[in-house]
Every structure is written in C-alpha cells, then in structure tokens.
Design a protein around this ligand. Structure first.
Ligand SMILES: NC(=O)c1ccc[n+]([C@@H]2O[C@H](COP(=O)([O-])OP(=O)(O)OC[C@H]3O[C@@H](n4cnc5c(N)ncnc54)[C@H](O)[C@@H]3O)[C@@H](O)[C@H]2O)c1
Length: 274
C-alpha cells in the first residue's frame, strides 16, 4: 500500500512548482488554484479584479495575486518579473481567463449573429485568444528557454461543437427579445485547439508540453429553465460540479502526463458523444 502511494505521489508530484492561472479569481480558476495549493504547488493568480477574490480568501498555502490584464503584454511581462523575483519562473501555465456570456447575461451581448457587435467580437477575441498568445509568448517563452513546463489551454465543448441554441430559448420566450449564444465564444474556444497543437509541436523538443482541457457546462446557480434544458442534452443527465476538472489539471500539470502534448482532454458528461 505504502509503495503504491509513493508511486502515485512521485507521478503527480507538484510540490513547489510555480503555477500561473489566468482568470484565477473566477469559478473554475479558483478551483484549479485550490487543487494545486493542496498538493504543495505555489500558485500565482492573474486577474483583472481589484484583489484576491472571496473564493480564494481562505485558500492558504503559497498564493500570490497579481492584478494583470492578460491582453496587455507589458503587464504580463511585469508579472513574470514579479514572479521570478519572489519565486522562480513558472513551471505551469493555465490559460483559463475568458469572456463568455452565460445564460443570465445581458441580451445586448447575445443579439442575433447578424446584429452581434464588432466591439463585442473583438473584446472576446482579445481575452480568449490574444490573452493566451501573450501569456504563451511571455511565460511559455521563458519555459522553453529553461527547457521545462506544462501549458494547459482551456477550451469548451462549444469549441468542439456549436452551442445548442435551444437551451437559451427560454430567455427569448420570457423577455420577447432574441437571446443567442454568440459566435465569438465558440470561434475562440475552437481556435484554442489548434493554438495548442501549434505550440505543442513548436516546443516539443524544448521540454514544454502544451495541451487543451475541454470542459462542459458547470453548475453555477443558472436559471432553472436553462438547467432543465441543458441536462436533457447531457448523457449523464447533469451539469458538472466546479471541482470535477481538478484531477485533469493535476494530471496535465504533472509528470503523470509526461508523454502527452498537443492533445485535447474532453470532460463533458458525454455532451459531445452523441
Ligand atoms: N463555467 C463553465 O461552465 C465552463 C464550461 C466550459 C469551459 N469553461 C471555460 O473555463 C474557463 C473559466 O471559466 P469560468 O466559468 O470560471 O469563468 P469566470 O467568468 O468565472 O472567470 C473568468 C475570470 O477571468 C477574468 N478575466 C477576464 N478578463 C481578463 C483579462 N483580460 N485578464 C485577466 N483576467 C481576466 C475574470 O475577471 C474572471 O475572474 C474559461 O476559459 C471558460 O471558457 C467554463
């Protein structure tokens, strides 16, 4: 039994590794932060929020917060300097920050495709695609220089298949205005898949692994009408809990996935299986 535990501990060992999580104050980013802290990693949260959010208030462990807009390269470069000054260059980067429009969002951000604003399109592209591009240049570039690292890019089932607009229909029925999940989210989440493959092959011999994690929808107190419709489309018949991607993050971050690069890990209760 003791032997087995040693084997697992070595395989998944993340003690003292430095992990950067963009959007780490959000629902899933804070779950990843807590999971990594619980196994002894040092965690840096980059977010635009004023300070460390409530979700991480009692997290404990080696946790650092840097208010950083990931679309601003100079700020990301400054973040790397601050991390190196306090600890050392990151071993793990989770490109998790993203703009989305959840089912409860303002209809202005969820107009028909024909009326979706260029401004919204560009701001979603900025955070969801240019942000990871900048973070990979800055943190990934440093990892390649040092010959080690694991990058996890967060996509979504909506990057593999189109959103099923039927799950948002109740909004239009209730409010009399169209509510359409925007194309910008799907297009950026799909782009992440080949962004990953490009960098995985580019850095394959430099010791930097790059993979995509593809989560399905997470329960977050959404409208009951949405939940009812969503559940019907999931073979497992439920939304994910916020902590159900943590094991995948620990796997992709650690040597347990040492031969895995350029791959996509889908965890979606079966959403894309039928
Ligand atoms: N929640 C879900 O159901 C779900 C499903 C599939 C995929 N995902 C993906 O998981 C990731 C996290 O989702 P979430 O639900 O936790 O989102 P969230 O909205 O709770 O968190 C996103 C965080 O990103 C931060 N952020 C926004 N713009 C930023 C910027 N320019 N620079 C730095 N930080 C910025 C926000 O302040 C926020 O804290 C996203 O990539 C999302 O697309 C989520």
């Amino acid at each position: 039994m003791g032997l087995k535990n040693d084997y697992l501990n070595n395989l998944f060992n993340l003690r003292d590794k430095v992990a950067v999580i963009t959007g780490g104050n959000g629902q899933l980013g804070s779950e990843y932060a807590k999971a990594l802290l619980s196994v002894g990693a040092r965690v840096v949260v980059l977010d635009t929020t004023d300070g460390m959010g409530e979700r991480l208030a009692d997290a404990g462990g080696s946790l650092m917060y840097l208010q950083t807009d990931i679309t601003d390269k100079k700020k990301v470069e400054r973040a790397l300097e601050a991390i190196e000054e306090k600890w050392e260059a990151p071993h793990i980067l989770i490109n998790n920050a993203a703009l989305d429009s959840p089912p409860g969002a303002n209809p202005e951000e969820n107009r028909s495709f024909e009326k979706y604003s260029l401004e919204s399109w560009q701001s979603v592209l900025g955070v969801n695609l240019t942000g990871p591009f900048i973070c990979c240049q800055v943190f990934g570039g440093k990892m390649a220089e040092l010959g080690r690292g694991s990058i996890i890019n967060i996509s979504s089932t909506y990057g593999l298949v189109s959103p099923n607009q039927g799950v948002y229909k109740y909004r239009e029925e209730k409010e009399g205005v169209p509510f359409v999940k925007p194309i910008s989210y799907s297009a950026t989440k799909s782009a992440v898949l080949n962004f990953t493959r490009y960098l995985a092959t580019y850095w394959a011999k430099k010791g930097v692994r790059v993979n995509t994690l593809i989560p399905g929808g997470v329960f977050n107190g959404q409208d009951q009408e949405f939940i009812n419709e969503y559940k019907k489309l999931v073979p497992m018949g439920r939304m994910a809990r916020g902590d159900e991607y943590n094991a995948a993050v620990l796997f992709l971050s650690s040597d347990a996935s040492s031969y895995m690069t350029g791959a996509s890990l889908v965890i979606d209760g079966g959403w894309t299986a039928w």
